[in-house]
Design a protein. Structure first.
Length: 286
């Protein structure tokens, strides 16, 4: 192997020798307990001498992230409609159960559908992935999470005995405005992050605010896309005043906080000049 060979080139060489293990399935490390080397890393720039021992680990069958997201997000979109249209096998045949007297039920369906349609559009046209695949076994777990919660909250929001929010139109209108602002913010952050990967670059870069006001949250947090995402579900909780939605929002916040902290630590490790005043997900707090 030439000293200027990249890890990607080494993966391809390994794949030629062992066709079973395609590049996405390989984890190449300098140490068995260390982290996987990135494709763009060059052998001679690694802490090795004139000879090097690389360790291979089989990551198992892989699936592309684009496919993962399309599967995860298509499910909730259609599952919600099963409950919204009051299928007879869900709530029964009673005529009183065929429609809802509360306009917020229709509004919740529109907002829920908009959220997942936006995610599907972003997956196809906006997102760029530093790592192209995910272990195939994880898709079942992810789908159970997204699809299961979509069914649970849809069942209660569209239930014949559903009661509207306590403060009526004021509460609903406030929640809708908050929902739309958070969705716009989330989309703006995803576009800004996508722009960092232009021209096929996979080098990690520090994200900074742009002229778009929604990206100014980068002044205060490392992962404003997660901040806006949590805000979206908080507003949906306020709009529907439904316990299952609140529990889903809480789990989203916990999971996204974990992801945000990991990303924040990566930025601090990769960049010595990373803005010290930024927090992972909540300005000045967390």
């Amino acid at each position: 192997v030439e000293p200027n060979a990249t890890i990607r080139e080494i993966r391809l060489m390994f794949h030629k020798l062992y066709p079973r293990w395609y590049p996405a399935r390989q984890s190449i490390k300098l140490d068995p307990k260390g982290k996987s080397l990135r494709d763009e890393e060059i052998l001679q720039h690694l802490p090795v001498g004139t000879t090097a021992t690389l360790y291979f680990k089989d990551l198992g069958p892989q699936i592309g992230w684009t496919t993962v997201f399309l599967i995860e997000y298509t499910g909730p979109l259609f599952i919600y409609f099963v409950f919204y249209f009051r299928m007879t096998f869900v709530y029964g045949l009673d005529e009183r159960f065929t429609s809802s007297p509360h306009p917020v039920v229709n509004l919740a369906c529109i907002c829920h559908s908009f959220h997942y349609i936006k995610r599907l559009i972003e997956t196809m046209f906006v997102h760029r992935f530093s790592r192209g695949t995910m272990p195939l076994r994880n898709i079942v777990k992810n789908c159970l999470y997204y699809w299961g919660f979509a069914a649970w909250l849809a069942y209660y929001i569209n239930h014949p005995l559903y009661t509207p929010p306590s403060y009526g139109k004021k509460q609903i209108n406030f929640a809708v405005i908050m929902f739309l602002l958070c969705e716009a913010g989330n989309f703006s952050i995803h576009v800004a992050l996508s722009d960092l990967w232009r021209n096929g670059s996979k080098t990690c870069k520090i994200p900074y605010p742009t002229k778009n006001p929604f990206t100014w949250l980068f002044f205060f947090v490392s992962c404003p896309n997660y901040t806006y995402e949590v805000g979206t579900w908080i507003s949906f909780t306020i709009m529907t005043q439904c316990v299952p939605v609140g529990l889903f929002t809480l789990l989203c916040f916990i999971q996204m906080t974990v992801w945000a902290k990991d990303k924040h630590c990566t930025y601090l490790r990769e960049f010595k000049d990373y803005p010290s005043h930024r927090m992972p997900i909540i300005p000045f707090l967390l």
